[in-house]
Design a protein around this ligand. Structure first.
Ligand code: NAD
Ligand code: DAU
Length: 354
């Protein structure tokens, strides 16, 4: 079985990926995570006794630590999920995004390059560095524009997307300059279990259940393409197995929805699952001041991964959203744990006086 060094595996997508990888015996996993506010080791509690899973707390910026882990565990692949991932936080504190997304990715690439160059040639051929990126690097679309393709020019608009774009460029440069066998995936908005409730879907579910306002930025007509996290994890694994080195693959859910539609759909599901007497959850919808630089529309053209690797998303938005709502309703212990004091401070910072 292959050994993967996964970074940022205690966050939302990384944890879903590791759980699936261990469940389906895809690989042995070393998980390197700094454990920022967005992480939760409880996401991986079921792997505590799994001998083929190892957790290491640490920063991808720590070149010595990463080099040590590479020589110790000799992974066949690195998957870089580690990032500061929330656009609103990047507006308040862009420095953290430069530190992890740009400098951290650079240090990880450097350590990988030295490790890879010293591998025996058979192992060198097998090695892959897979960088997880975002559709936000392509900027914002008008309603009639075609969806983002892999050759759409980069036009990032937030400190978050600018930092991810910079990291993508470094990954590209390491392939072209040093021949490091890299792969990059740019995906749309993920949703599903284990997502930290600063993001639209879990925030809406939890606020609604608590009877709190459901904040919608601007006019609610911004469009995102929603991808169920397990579909994303399957795509990542396929790209690892069959992706062409040096290439980029766009991954999308084929679910373009306005934010208002997403929130209203969550409210309708909650009205059915946890009805309130004479009240629809949609009465909690509150329009608030827009996000500065708010991208209007994202859409992914995923014909490359679909035609070349045969990937298609399996989940439709209604079934995926229903599963997600049910997961948050069933997991009150997890929910209470992540809504700590720090989370309450974030809500105050982002929403009070908005
Ligand atoms: P997340 O914020 O839930 O998790 C990020 C994880 O990275 C956390 O566990 C955190 O502790 C860890 N981390 C942060 N800085 C680190 C550092 N310096 N060293 C080591 N670990 C560090 O993020 P996510 O939603 O799971 O996203 C994972 C990746 O996917 C990110 O690169 C993100 O840009 C990308 N992405 C996310 C989405 C989405 O909708 N969530 C969509 C497209 C792309
Ligand atoms: O497109 C991929 C990106 O999707 C990832 O790269 C990011 O890591 C991930 O955070 C996500 O970014 P978004 O900014 O699109 O996600 P968020 O859940 O923060 O917001 C989704 C939409 O909902 C966006 O248009 C802003 C809006 N929104 C968000 C929040 C938190 C609201 O209207 N109200 C809110 O309270």
């Amino acid at each position: 079985m292959q050994t993967l060094l996964v970074t940022g595996g205690a966050g939302f997508i990384g944890a879903n990926f590791i759980l699936l990888a261990r469940q389906l015996q895809w690989a042995n996993i070393i998980n390197l995570d700094k454990l920022t506010y967005a992480s939760n080791l409880g996401n991986l509690a079921e792997l505590q006794t799994d001998k083929n899973y190892h957790f290491v707390q640490g920063d991808i910026n720590n070149f010595e630590l990463v080099s040590y882990l590479l020589s110790q565990y000799q992974p066949d692949t690195i998957i870089n999920f580690a990032a500061e991932s929330h656009v609103d936080r990047s507006i308040f504190s862009p420095q953290n995004f430069i530190n992890t997304n740009v400098l951290g990715t650079f240090q990880l690439l450097e350590a990988s390059r030295f490790y890879w160059q010293k591998l025996p040639s058979a192992k060198q051929k097998q090695f892959r560095f897979l960088h997880i990126s975002t559709d936000e690097v392509y900027g914002s679309l008008n309603p009639q524009d075609p969806a983002f393709r892999e050759d759409t020019p980069y036009a990032p608009n937030s400190p978050y997307s600018a930092s991810k774009a910079a990291s993508d460029h470094f990954v590209r440069a390491y392939y072209h300059t040093y021949g490091l066998p890299t792969l990059t995936t740019n995906c749309s908005n993920n949703y599903g279990p284990l997502q930290f409730p600063e993001k639209l879907i879990p925030l809406t579910i939890l606020n609604a259940v608590d009877g709190k306002p459901l904040p919608i930025y601007g006019d609610g007509q911004n469009i995102r393409d929603w991808l169920y996290v397990i579909d994303h994890c399957q795509a990542i694994y396929l790209v690892l197995q069959q992706g062409k080195i040096g290439e980029t693959y766009n991954i999308g859910g084929l679910n373009e929805k306005t934010n208002l539609t997403v929130v209203k759909t969550i409210c309708a599901i909650l009205d059915e699952l946890v009805p309130q007497l004479n009240l629809s959850y949609s009465s909690l919808i509150t329009f608030v001041k827009d996000r500065p630089g708010h991208d209007r529309r994202y859409a992914i053209d995923c014909s490359k991964i679909s035609q070349e690797l045969g990937w298609q998303p399996q989940e439709n938005f209604d079934s995926g959203l229903r599963k997600t709502v049910q997961w948050y309703l069933n997991n009150s212990y997890w929910v209470n744990q992540v809504r700590s004091g720090a989370y309450q401070n974030w809500l105050k910072q982002n929403y009070d006086n908005r």
